[in-house]
Design a protein around this ligand. Structure first.
Ligand SMILES: NC(=O)c1ccc[n+]([C@@H]2O[C@H](COP(=O)([O-])OP(=O)(O)OC[C@H]3O[C@@H](n4cnc5c(N)ncnc54)[C@H](OP(=O)(O)O)[C@@H]3O)[C@@H](O)[C@H]2O)c1
Length: 324
């Protein structure tokens, strides 16, 4: 992962929206088992997912599985709190108080002694960066977390954390968790380019399928049992379901067919072809989905420079880089 010695599988598995809201213990047990048996060694979570219930579910599954704790990595993220609208001041954000308390709560919910990765889920304008870097270092020294990172921070914010860590001789963030998919490329391919080239950084990218849009499942309407049909997720549906986006996904689905691949496997393979991606976090509500998505590894060698150019032309989302 980036400049660290940690080895993460190139595909990983996360629980946002799905655990507790859409799937129960039995199905999450099956999906995590399928993931682990296929070599996935990283499971992603956050305090906010299903108001803490997602971590509890993953904790119960991990306990029941009894896998060797050294054989996998598990994460949590702090910022949003877990009480939703009931959050009081100090129950969100990146103050020393909330980061420390959120870490303890995540350890309890996940039933583990330490988190392999601990992310600041968003930047916090109200907390000095020194406080965040110090707090993460204390948790590292206490052995409660092994690596710390950021999620959806700007390049400037990440570099500021590095500057502070270097000044204070503390450990800088090692990893960022940004959205990355065929629609959202700018952060990974443009904004962070200097960070990858200089201090280095691992990435655990999220929504490789743009919440399912890139599977092609929405090409002819919204299936009843899908994420965009869920109550309370209109904001997500409205973000993604637009005719001009669907038109591109339809062409992408044809392109995948020509390569003998599903649109899902193609879209996921496309993310991990970027050498700056450490791991793409998959989400799934059904075994068949995960099985199909794992085929991304077989599709990867089919992504020749010609195929990549064709995909770029269909999507029209490649960021323009400055010319020197
Ligand atoms: N750091 C952050 O801010 C942040 C934000 C979001 C996510 N994440 C992390 O990233 C992980 C993955 O994100 P994501 O769930 O949005 O990933 P995604 O791959 O973009 O979407 C996954 C969803 O798409 C549908 N799907 C997946 N494979 C499919 C297939 N083969 N055929 C048909 N439908 C399929 C399923 O939803 P339905 O069956 O319900 O349609 C599934 O739950 C999360 O679990 C979380 O750990 C982090």
């Amino acid at each position: 992962m980036g400049k660290t010695g940690l080895q993460l599988s190139v595909l990983s598995f996360g629980s946002w929206v799905t655990f507790h809201k859409q799937i129960n213990d039995a199905l999450s047990d099956e999906l995590m088992g399928l993931a682990y048996d296929n070599g996935i060694n990283f499971f992603d979570n956050a305090e906010a997912y299903a108001n803490g219930e997602s971590e509890k579910m993953m904790g119960r599954v991990l306990k029941a599985k009894s896998w060797d704790r050294t054989s996998y990595a598990v994460s949590s993220k702090v910022f949003f709190g877990w009480r939703g609208k009931e959050n009081k001041p100090n129950q969100t954000g990146l103050s020393r108080k909330h980061i420390t308390e959120a870490c303890h709560e995540a350890l309890q919910r996940l039933q583990t002694d330490y988190l392999d990765l601990y992310f600041c889920h968003r930047p916090d304008k109200a907390t000095p960066i020194e406080e965040v870097v110090w707090t993460m270092n204390i948790l590292l020294q206490q052995g409660k977390i092994l690596y710390w990172g950021t999620s959806e921070w700007s390049a400037a914010e990440i570099m500021e954390a590095h500057r502070v860590a270097a000044d204070l001789r503390l450990i800088p963030p090692a990893v960022e968790q940004p959205q990355y998919n065929l629609f959202e490329r700018t952060k990974m391919e443009k904004d962070y380019a200097d960070i990858f080239r200089t201090v280095g950084m691992g990435t655990t990218i999220w929504s490789p399928l743009a919440s399912g849009l890139l599977t092609g499942k929405y090409n002819n309407g919204i299936p009843e049992d899908s994420r965009f049909a869920l109550e309370g997720f209109d904001w997500l549906k409205d973000r993604w379901i637009a005719n001009e986006k669907l038109g591109r996904v339809k062409k992408l689905t044809d392109c995948a067919g020509e390569l003998g691949a599903s649109a899902s496997a193609l879209a996921i393979a496309w993310t991990i072809r970027n050498p700056n991606v450490t791991t793409a976090i998959l989400g799934a509500t059904k075994k068949e989905q995960l099985t199909q998505n794992l085929e991304a590894l077989q599709v990867l060698p089919k992504l020749t420079p010609e195929a990549m150019e064709k995909i770029d032309a269909i999507m029209g989302t490649k960021p323009k880089l400055p010319e020197f």
